[in-house]
Ligand binder design. Sequence first.
Ligand SMILES: Cc1cc2nc3c(=O)[nH]c(=O)nc-3n(C[C@H](O)[C@H](O)[C@H](O)COP(=O)(O)OP(=O)(O)OC[C@H]3O[C@@H](n4cnc5c(N)ncnc54)[C@H](O)[C@@H]3O)c2cc1C
Length: 393
Amino acid sequence: MGEVVYQHKDGLSLTLSSDELEMIEAVRRYCTGELLPFVRSHGPNYIPPETMRKIFKRLSEFGFVNGPLNAESGGLGISLKMFGLILEEVCRVSASVGTAALIQTLMARAFVNLATSDLRERYLQRILDCDLLGCIAISEPDVGSNVAEIKCKAVEVDGGYSISGSKSWISNGDYSDFCFCVARTGESPLTLDLFFVDRAVSPYDVRNIHKMGLNETSTAQVFFDNCVVPTENRLTFGGQGMRQVSILFAVSRPLTGVISVGIARAALDAAIEYSKVRTQHGKAIAGHQLVSAALGEMATHIDAARLLVLRALDMCDRGVRCDAEAAMSKWFASEMAVDVTSKAIQIHGANGIATEYEVERLFREARIFPIPEGTTEINKLIVGRALTGISAF
Ligand SMILES: Cc1cc2nc3c(=O)[nH]c(=O)nc-3n(C[C@H](O)[C@H](O)[C@H](O)COP(=O)(O)OP(=O)(O)OC[C@H]3O[C@@H](n4cnc5c(N)ncnc54)[C@H](O)[C@@H]3O)c2cc1C
């Protein structure tokens, strides 16, 4: 099998081995043969926890969940770049499933990085087997971009900490068996720490939020009401919680960008197909220059976004700090997908807004992603700060 090479002037060289190409082919076969028929028959309905768990277990055969972990942690040791390419294939078919499975993969990674050996012993294998599903709860009803304002509190009590507060917009909240909760442990703005909350031991309530898209998966409010977690479940001290979250963001931002690349690719595929069969003014609309140019622009922007996310993931793989590159890739890819899906609707004409054509769903899904993992504005400010050394927040 031949090799695919992406080159970047700063040295990004993504050469895929025949094994890696085979992994991508395998996930493509799964997506077309199994995932696509499932999502088509399931429609826009909520995928219940037990069904989602089965999907995660199946996806872990293709590099999800334990894929990007090293062998000592029970992983396959695939690179984040490689994981990004696999994720794109899934998101091209279902951004809902891709997003949910990405969260579980990130939670496994966060657990490996943060948990004590005792917690690892008790939980890691069950997390890798997707018998335990996780979420991360940072945002609150009044706290989004500025996490320094988090109100959820953890107070020391006999044998542990009592957590109280509401969290909002938590991906996989309803699916979760455990939650990484960021809570205030002191009065000064950045005294925020991370707690591992096992829902079976320390129950919390969850309520799904109905959104403009991605309703197949859970985005939820999570309520902690004097939720007592054992002492050993405190994962950070002295306000190190947000530092750990920012380390996670360096990886999760480009991977969120990948979701947008997958959505945009699905929209481009649909637009290409439609432009070849729809005829107006005596020929296929693909033969009209403005339609052809729009397709050319869409494909170019998708490639540009893919290269940005791969560059950031490559830096993460090499252990190079890449806050600015991660921020660039995320905002660019998510805004790109809004534009590309909108153009795909335009190419479909009136049919583009009919629910029987998938581009209207893709547009609604794409519109969601300029918000999580740092809004477009916040990510641009991160890039600006890296350029000037001056914070404009
Ligand atoms: C689908 C989805 C999944 C999510 N998953 C999770 C999750 O798993 N866990 C979690 O904790 N959170 C999650 N979130 C929440 C997400 O992190 C927040 O929505 C995001 O941080 C933005 O916060 P906000 O929505 O409160 O907007 P706000 O912070 O209120 O911002 C509102 C507007 O003001 C702008 N703005 C804010 N501050 C500034 C500034 N200084 N300069 C310029 N503009 C500014 C923003 O860019 C935005 O346009 C998710 C959100 C979504 C939509």
